[in-house]
Design a protein around this ligand. Structure first.
Ligand code: ATP
Ligand code: MG
Ligand code: FE
Length: 346
């Protein structure tokens, strides 16, 4: 069966095509993404109205490219999966409306699915079925959560999450302080490679003995970096951008991997999946690999292209939901900007 995935929760318009095989494995056929990120860059963050309009313009051309890449026709599609939330209301609505249109016109079932679960499900396209249970560290622009996944199609529970900023948000804010472009993840990752991660000792939030075990905090780190840069500037010093980037990145990777490994040890779960845009970070995956190996944990990190927002992750999750026998969504579903991670399909 061929499943088409539609993603429009933020600033990426994604159309993915996958094949669900009879044995339950899911194969990637096409993954086309159009981004409006450049239109938001000068604002330092996504402008919702601009994102919605860009989705409207990009959706059909992106779908056309996906079908061309997979050498398929619209009539080959057996089901439509769409991001129902969480995300920007207006942006989500564009994808949901389009998906309903496709489902009605092609007379195929519609599945409204969770964007965050999609970030995890995408890993099955690269590494095969997920073991049950597994742990997932979801690190993206809007979320930072440690999850227990018993079944990607139906059972995800939160063990902990950030109490303030998401990891990606911290990257974007620190990039601004360092005069690096938006989104901040890629330029900080690059600058950090030239810097010394031990140059500045930035705080590791929520790692004290009295802090909640699996929660995170990044706003203190962000403030510490801003203050450090401000003080250096007030002394008339040139900012060692590479060292600040490397030291900040080290703090983020340290906290994320320490908590994830701790969760694996305490729950006895042997597999950790790291996904979401920040999982594209080179230091995070390297440190995770090192620490998981030492602790005997199997680590899975999708390739960077699959970590950031795309339609293939939604098609993949749709395929798992279908394989699990979940009932189709009604054509009346609406977007839910605050859909909780535990609600895999609507
Ligand atoms: P959410 O999934 O929570 O709704 P989102 O969809 O906007 O948020 P993603 O597209 O998953 O988020 O991730 C975007 C974030 O990933 C941005 O904050 C960006 O800076 C960060 N990011 C991308 N590449 C890297 C990298 N190499 N290193 C660190 N962060 C990165
Ligand atoms: Mg994005
Ligand atoms: Fe995302």
């Amino acid at each position: 069966r061929i499943i088409m995935g539609v993603e429009s929760s933020c600033d990426e318009t994604g159309i993915g095509l996958v094949r669900l095989h009879d044995d339950g494995t899911v194969e990637l056929l096409a993954d086309e993404v159009a981004s409006s990120v450049e239109q938001h860059a000068r604002f330092g963050g996504v402008v919702p109205e601009v994102a919605s309009r860009a989705h409207l313009e990009a959706l059909v051309p992106t779908a056309t490219r996906a079908f061309e890449a997979a050498d398929l026709k619209l009539s080959d599609v057996d089901a439509i999966a769409v991001t129902a939330g969480p995300g920007l209301a207006g942006a989500l609505l564009v994808g949901v409306a389009a998906a309903k249109g496709y489902a009605a016109a092609l007379d195929v079932p519609l599945y409204g699915v969770n964007h965050l679960a999609g970030h995890i499900a995408v890993d099955t396209l690269q590494h095969g079925p997920l073991p049950s249970p597994c742990l997932a560290l979801l690190v993206s622009g809007g979320h930072t959560q440690l999850l227990r996944v018993d079944d990607i199609a139906s059972s995800i529970t939160e063990l902990g999450s950030t109490v303030d900023d998401a990891a990606g948000e911290a990257y974007d804010k620190v990039a601004r302080v360092l005069d690096l472009p938006y989104p901040g993840g890629p330029p900080i990752d690059k600058a950090a490679k030239r810097g010394n991660p031990a140059a500045i000792k930035f705080p590791r939030g929520m790692t004290g003995p009295r802090d909640a075990k699996f929660d995170f905090s990044f706003s203190g780190l962000k403030t510490a970096v801003a203050r450090w840069v401000e003080e250096a500037e007030s002394r008339g010093e040139e900012i060692p951008v590479d060292d600040v980037a490397a030291s900040f990145q080290e703090a983020v990777a340290d906290v994320l991997t320490a908590k994830a490994v701790r969760a694996a040890k305490e729950t006895g779960i042997g597999t950790l999946v790291i996904s979401g845009g920040v999982a594209a970070n080179s230091r995070l995956s390297a440190l995770a690999r090192e620490r998981c190996e030492a602790a005997g944990i199997t680590l899975r990190v999708p390739r960077p292209r699959l970590c950031t927002d795309n339609g293939a992750m939604i098609a993949a999750l749709g395929a798992h939901v279908i394989a699990a026998g979940v009932e189709r969504s009604s054509l009346d579903i609406s977007a839910n900007p605050a859909l909780p991670v535990g609600v895999v399909s609507v």
